[in-house]
Design a protein. Structure first.
Length: 290
């Protein structure tokens, strides 16, 4: 009987030691390479016991958020399965001249979740070299940046905010979601309600097909007994960043928009590619615009 008591006592001690070891706070160290590539190294993590690592990143200070609200705030959430976790996380989807906050949660196989403290990483500015190449705009809704690309080269990235439902792809007039697809600049306004503005040619032909499908399925809401319209008036405009405050447009810092307006190649017809959760970078490579 005494041996059984001792054995149980020893097991309790071992379990407590394992739990105590797992509960050590996660420490995140960061360093930069190639101007805007962030390497996050996690310490005090038992890699062989990890179920999932979740990384929250935002250019709004996570410490000052009232909650990790992925609709209200421009938060990029990334999850890594335990079997794929190496101890280092690489983030190459950052904007230039921007300070990011990172917050990490480690979920262990025993169900325990151990968070890190919020750390800040400052991404330096990047000056594009003058070129005769034609420019295009790539807006990444998942990572919250607008990249101005000369030809097929990597360009400068600017942080952006979206509407109140940033994960949705616009189907109809809803004052919340931002479209995804291939568009063009269809007008330029040096003076606008929100500082300056570039009009985007939403809706395109794919948007119209999707809208008709939604009408047939009955998923378009009605107002005054009639289905709401497909919507329009989508812009890249100023007004600042911080939370997803627009009605579906892409908001930028005024100083960043000033830089874009100095580009000699800025004109009607410049391509604007918007990717997100539905129309992704992969679907763009496959030329799948639906």
């Amino acid at each position: 009987m005494k041996k059984e008591v001792v054995s149980v006592f020893v097991m309790v001690i071992i379990i407590c030691m394992v739990k105590a070891q797992a509960k050590k706070p996660v420490i995140v160290n960061a360093h930069l390479e190639n101007v805007n590539r962030v390497y996050l190294t996690l310490r005090n993590v038992k890699k062989d016991a990890v179920d999932t690592v979740t990384i929250y990143r935002s250019f709004t200070d996570i410490d000052k958020m009232y909650a990790l609200d992925l609709d209200y705030y421009p938060i990029t959430k990334t999850q890594i399965a335990g079997e794929s976790f190496t101890g280092t996380i690489i983030d190459s989807m950052t904007a230039h001249n921007t300070v990011y906050s990172y917050y990490v949660k480690v979920l262990y196989n025993n169900g325990e979740t151990v968070p890190s403290k919020v750390i800040s990483v400052s991404i330096p500015d990047f000056v594009m070299v003058a070129t005769q190449l034609n420019y295009s705009f790539h807006i990444d809704k998942v990572h919250y940046f607008c990249e101005v690309r000369p030809g097929n080269q990597c360009g400068k990235r600017y942080p952006v905010n979206l509407g109140g439902k940033p994960g949705l792809r616009k189907t109809y007039y809803d004052c919340l979601s931002t479209p995804e697809g291939v568009y063009q600049i269809d007008y330029i306004k040096p003076v606008s309600d929100y500082y300056k503005a570039l009009g985007i040619s939403y809706p395109n032909s794919a948007d119209r097909v999707r809208y008709q499908r939604a009408l047939r399925s009955g998923s378009v809401p009605k107002k005054g007994g009639k289905p709401v319209s497909i919507g329009g008036s989508i812009q890249i405009h100023g007004g600042g960043i911080g939370n997803n405050w627009t009605w579906g447009c892409i908001a930028m810092r005024n100083d960043d928009l000033d830089q874009i307006f100095t580009l000699p190649q800025l004109k009607k017809g410049v391509p604007v590619i918007i990717t997100g959760n539905e129309f992704s970078r992969d679907s763009l490579l496959l030329n799948n615009a639906m």
